[in-house]
Every structure is written in C-alpha cells, then in structure tokens.
Design a protein around this ligand. Sequence first.
Ligand SMILES: C[S@@+](CC[C@H](N)C(=O)[O-])C[C@H]1O[C@@H](n2cnc3c(N)ncnc32)[C@H](O)[C@@H]1O
Length: 188
Amino acid sequence: MAETSRYFGPLLAERHDFAAASTVCDVGGGNGALLADILTAHPHLRGVLLDLPSVVEGAPAVLDRAGMGDRCEIVAGDFFTEVPAGCDRYVLKSVLHDWDDESCVRLLGTIRAAMPDGARILVLEAVVPDSGVPHPTHAFDLLMLVLTGAGRERTAREWASLFDRAGLRVDKTLDLAVLVVQELAPQE
Ligand SMILES: C[S@@+](CC[C@H](N)C(=O)[O-])C[C@H]1O[C@@H](n2cnc3c(N)ncnc32)[C@H](O)[C@@H]1O
C-alpha cells in the first residue's frame, strides 16, 4: 500500500486543486507517505495523519525524512469513533474498499460530522465498470474478498448509493488512471 501511495501521492498533489485548503487530513493514512507528498508540493498546507496506534508509530521517521515533520500532526485513533475536526480536505485512499457497506457508511458519517462548511472528502478508489466487461478491477475485487472477507471494489453506481446513505454526494471526479478521485460534499 505504501508503494502505491508513492505513485499516487505526487499525482494527487499535482492534479487536485489544494489552493483554497489550509489543512488536509489523511484518514487511515498509513505511514504518512501520501500526506508528505501533498505537503511537499503545497507549502501553504498543514497535515493531520490519522491511523491506528501501531501504524502511526512509523510515521515520524517518514515525515521527518521528507522534511514535513513540523507541518504535520500525528493522531493515533479509531476512525469509526472520531476523526480530527475542522480540516478542509479528508483524504481516504484505498480505505473504503477494505469494508462492507455498513462500515463504510459509519466511517463516512464520522468524517461528515467532523468536516466544516466547504470541506471535501477525497475518496481514491478503483471504479468497476458497470457493464461487466473484462477489466482489472474485477481481479482487485476478488483480492479484497480474499484479503478482508468483507471488502470489495464497487461500480460508480454502488459508490453513489453508499455516499448517498452517508448524506454525501459526488461533486467532482478526477481520473488518476487506476484510481479515481471522487470529491464528496454534503448533500444540500
Ligand atoms: C488499505 S490501508 C490504506 C493505507 C493508505 N491510505 C494507503 O493508501 O497507503 C488501510 C489503512 O486503514 C487503517 N485502519 C484500519 N482500521 C482503522 C481504524 N479503525 N482506525 C484508523 N485507521 C484504521 C490501517 O491501519 C491502514 O493503514
């Protein structure tokens, strides 16, 4: 996962418009590699990294090596219970595909409760084609089933239905080749 973040971090930093944001929280952000790339590319931003205690143990070394240690707060916690409030962007990369629909709705609801007006959730996940044509995402789907038991890849329709259940809507999408960034805003 860390290796894929080294690929998608610079891409997201370049292709998403972070100009109006001041704080970015990476929810389930692992060792902070993706956040370090975003902060490096956008010197006006501060970061918040949230992951489980055993995982964030490795984050100071990664963030310090990137020279971003003093611009990033590290939070050890459970994203089903609480996420840091008041951030402008909440990044969720390759997290929701680990979970069943109920758990995803719970996690998205926790973020929704923490996000201020104007904030956005950036979901980076594969999108399975609706048509059932041969596509690599079908193999990812099988992999998630085997690895997690409850996780799965989803079609655009399935993602939209999940977001709707959490009171969110897709505001914009950004295609990063293998993954798609779905930018979520609260429903009116
Ligand atoms: C598939 S990994 C994705 C990591 C990172 N976003 C990336 O793309 O490289 C899922 C992440 O969710 C974290 N995670 C799982 N359950 C969690 C929980 N209850 N609270 C916080 N983080 C959790 C894991 O520790 C892991 O870092």
